[in-house]
Design a protein around this ligand. Structure first.
Ligand SMILES: [Fe+2]
Ligand SMILES: [Fe+2]
Length: 494
């Protein structure tokens, strides 16, 4: 591991995974509901102060609004409820963390308002070592992720559901980096430290980060090289293919060991693969170095200046005539768009499956778009067209599927994980309809014929949360786009 000097100090590891969501025990849920019913949330009275570590004005040390007026409320909790929570949660979180814990701090309910962000930070090294966030309630317009960086420098986004608690190692950097959209979001916090805890070795550890990029720069870990696994290519492909189909890694590992394969090599491969490395037929490196990423590629794709994700703008990917032809095809066959998760109003555009229309233009485009990525069109989903009418949008989401989720198993059984997304704007929108990458600070305005391509995965093949994006509401006129999602495996397109 190659770390800069101030990043050499890292917290110890406790649980097998540094965070986990669990159901809130029913007795605590009922007690909390009873107490919340009688609470009023007062605005936090502090004046925002500029914090040079975050490069931002903050209130209460860590929270700040991206807007002009921070909106953070607070309600105290009764001593009885505080003690009840600690009594029930302590044995649970001790079992999770694998050590005896001493309660340190419990706060009342914090209520975030519109525009709030929680800057990326590590908690207090002396008292806030193992922590719990209780999701109380929220009125969100867009699901609000907790950003979390694990011990290996991997960025995760955690979405809370009502009635859940998060146990987490709070010396790992965490925050909520996307400004909150909604009326309020309310959480309750509890902290512990291991019995006999000595924070001395952690003194000097960097605890505040002005951006995700700054924090991730602390880890410059080379991608786990699949080549290191001393497995015959046929066995490696067999393992990766079956993992990508959602087969049980333990069962695959047992079969591989029974076949006499090297146990360490199998373990390394199985450990790496659930994070999205299952890409037989198309190497992880090949994806990362897709043809469109090369400067000699024609048409030239221009990379967005960020190390957090590969996002490319491709002017004049389609001609005006092609755009007009596609708009005509989309208008001729529209149906409401679907989403794989979330409420029905998450996406309000309408979709058209262009392949079904049997137009010669579609076949040509399938080939041309696949050539950008350097794969056969079978490694993609059929080309889709979307029309957004005035007021229609697609809320913040990522295109990849969360490994380990039910959604992942359902949607990747055929075709594997999503890899690149290529989207092409077909018309100029009167107003609105931009594509915004919330972590990258970049918003693209539709230009007819312009393509936008992004790699949904990291260089090591794991999903990249920094690709979170949204389509802003169309304010005037209509918006037409075509989209092609590429996949790690063939199977969804012909
Ligand atoms: Fe925290
Ligand atoms: Fe998307």
């Amino acid at each position: 591991m190659n770390l800069p000097s101030d990043a050499r100090i890292q917290p110890p590891r406790f649980a097998p995974e540094p965070f986990g969501l669990f159901p809130l025990p029913p007795e605590l849920r009922l007690a909390l509901e009873a107490e919340v019913a009688g609470l009023t949330f007062e605005p936090v009275p502090e004046v925002p102060v500029y914090d040079s570590d975050y490069g931002h004005a903050v209130i209460g040390g860590i929270s700040a609004s991206s807007g002009v007026q921070p909106s953070i409320g607070h309600a105290p909790m009764s001593q009885a409820l505080y003690e009840r929570f600690y009594a029930v949660l302590t044995p649970m979180i001790e079992a999770w963390a694998g050590c005896e814990l001493e309660p340190t701090w419990g706060y009342g309910i914090r209520s975030y308002g519109r525009g709030c962000v929680l800057h990326l930070h590590r908690d207090r090294i002396d008292t806030h070592v193992i922590s719990c966030i209780v999701h109380v309630e929220d009125r969100s317009e867009v699901r609000w992720p907790l950003d979390f960086i694990d011990h290996d420098g991997r960025h995760h986004q955690v979405f809370f559901e009502p009635g859940t608690v998060l146990f987490y190692e709070s010396l790992c950097p965490h925050g909520r980096l996307v400004p909150f959209q909604g009326e309020h979001y309310r959480n309750l916090y509890f902290h512990w430290r291991p019995r006999g805890w000595d924070s001395t070795p952690l003194r000097g550890m960097r605890c505040k980060y002005p951006s995700l990029e700054t924090a991730l720069a602390e880890w410059q870990v080379p991608a786990p090289a699949l080549e290191e696994a001393e497995l015959a290519p046929a066995w490696r492909d067999w393992l990766l293919t079956n993992l990508s189909r959602g087969c049980d890694p333990a069962a695959l590992g047992a079969r591989a060991l029974a076949e006499g394969l090297d146990a360490d090599a199998v373990a390394r491969l199985l450990q790496a693969a659930p994070r999205g490395q299952a890409l037989p037929g198309l190497s992880v490196q090949g994806l990362h170095e897709a043809p469109l990423t090369r400067t000699e590629h024609h048409p030239r794709a221009w990379r967005l200046d960020t190390p957090l994700a590969q996002v490319y703008e491709i002017p004049d990917l389609l001609s005006a005539q092609e755009c007009e032809g596609l708009i005509h095809l989309i208008d001729s066959s529209l149906q409401p768009s679907t989403v794989t998760i979330g409420p029905g109003d998450y996406r309000t555009s309408r979709t058209c499956h262009l392949r079904d229309l049997d137009a010669p233009l579609i076949g040509v485009l399938e080939t041309r778009l696949a050539a950008l990525i350097g794969v056969d069109p079978t490694f993609s989903e059929p080309l889709q067209g979307q029309r957004y009418d005035r007021g229609q949008y697609f809320r913040a989401h990522t295109d990849w599927f969360e490994p380990g989720s039910r959604e992942f198993i359902e949607h990747t059984a055929l075709g594997g994980q999503r890899t690149w997304t290529v989207m092409v704007y077909l018309n100029q929108v009167g107003a609105g309809g931009q594509t915004r990458f919330l972590h990258l600070g970049r918003t693209f305005t539709p230009v007819p014929g312009m393509g936008l391509a992004w790699n949904n995965l990291h260089a090591d093949g794991s999903p990249n949360p920094a690709t979170l994006h949204e389509s802003l509401p169309v304010e005037e006129g209509l918006k037409y786009v075509i989209t092609k999602w590429f996949r790690a495996l063939p199977g969804r397109n012909g």
